[in-house]
Design a protein around this ligand. Structure first.
Ligand code: ZN
Length: 315
């Protein structure tokens, strides 16, 4: 458990990162059109934005949602992304998945690194979510950096991607677990992608999803990758069916549901693993058909997704 001081620092830091994510979400998909500039500019009129009007959330409230330069209505999504990132960083500090909270007495490289790495993981996933919503793509800079930082992070912080194997050097063991997670995340998604395009002649999983799942596996290990994929498929299928019924819009983005699964896995891995390894087998002994039921849920979800997901051309 972290100090209250660090909880506040984490939330403020999160809001600032959220402001940076807004710029990424807006500009990354435009990079092929050579509009990827460095300055902070108004997305409506192109005027440059002074630093004091870039203050997360507060500036939006101060300006009452209108741009200072041209008076254009600033979309509520800008402060929303900042608020989500602030809340997620606060939650990361309060319930650190690594189990290492930050306090004034214990702050050091070893206690700070897991928080920073998980902060990067969550921030990257938030950017992926909103870009996938808007454009049905997951940009390479996001997915590649997720894979690289995940594997390097596991090497720097032994145990980051899961429990260490016995009798192996901690750094080497941690690297192996992360690499295995990367392989499983990548392999499972790639397999489904190949299957859906050869059997159903439809690109349900883009290559961006494959890379995203490789990165998620590098951070969460092989079991985390499988759990993420399962949760992503089920939640995506449920949402897809409901949205088809309610809005008649039959096509959904898959990335946000993988992100949802990854965040669930990051924070609730222990209770979920406990459920799958203790509660579930006990229940299974009394209900012989339960593995079939679980398999059916997975298969039906996957089928629905292949029908419902639409991908952009670029990944
Ligand atoms: Zn403007």
């Amino acid at each position: 458990m972290s100090d209250p001081f660090y909880l506040v620092v984490a939330a403020v830091f999160g809001a600032i990162i959220g402001s940076f994510l807004n710029a990424l979400i807006y500009r990354l998909p435009l990079r092929h059109e050579r509009k990827f500039g460095k300055r902070s500019v108004c997305p409506y009129c192109g005027a440059s934005i002074p630093a004091y009007l870039n203050i997360p959330i507060l500036a939006w409230l101060w300006l009452r949602g209108k741009a200072a330069c041209c008076g254009a209505k600033i979309h509520w999504r800008y402060p929303l992304v900042e608020a989500i990132t602030a809340v997620m960083f606060f939650v990361l500090a309060k319930y650190p998945p690594s189990g290492i909270g930050l306090t004034v007495d214990t702050i050091s490289f070893d206690t700070l690194m897991p928080s920073l790495l998980h902060g990067f993981f969550v921030a990257n996933l938030i950017a992926c979510t909103f870009i996938d919503f808007d454009h049905r793509i997951l940009p390479n800079p996001l997915t590649y950096s997720l894979m690289i930082v995940g594997i390097l992070g596991a090497w720097l912080v032994p145990g980051l991607a899961g429990e260490l194997p016995r009798g192996v050097d901690p750094s080497v063991g941690s690297l192996m677990i992360s690499a295995l997670g990367f392989g499983v995340g990548w392999g499972v998604t790639w397999g489904v992608r190949v299957l859906s395009s050869s059997v159903f002649r439809k690109e349900a999983m883009g290559f961006g999803d494959v890379k995203l799942m490789g990165g998620v596996g590098a951070f969460l290990g092989w079991d985390g990758a499988l759990l993420t994929f399962f949760l992503g498929c089920v939640s995506g299928a449920v949402f897809g069916v409901v949205s088809k019924i309610v809005t008649k819009d039959s096509e959904i983005a898959f990335g946000p549901f993988l992100v949802l699964g990854a965040l669930f896995t990051l924070f609730w891995r222990a209770p979920i693993v406990e459920f799958l390894t203790v509660t579930w087998p006990e229940w299974q002994r009394e209900n012989a058909n339960s593995p079939l039921a679980l398999g059916a849920v997975a298969a039906i979800s996957l089928l629905l997704l292949i029908v419902l997901v639409r991908r952009g051309r670029a990944s």
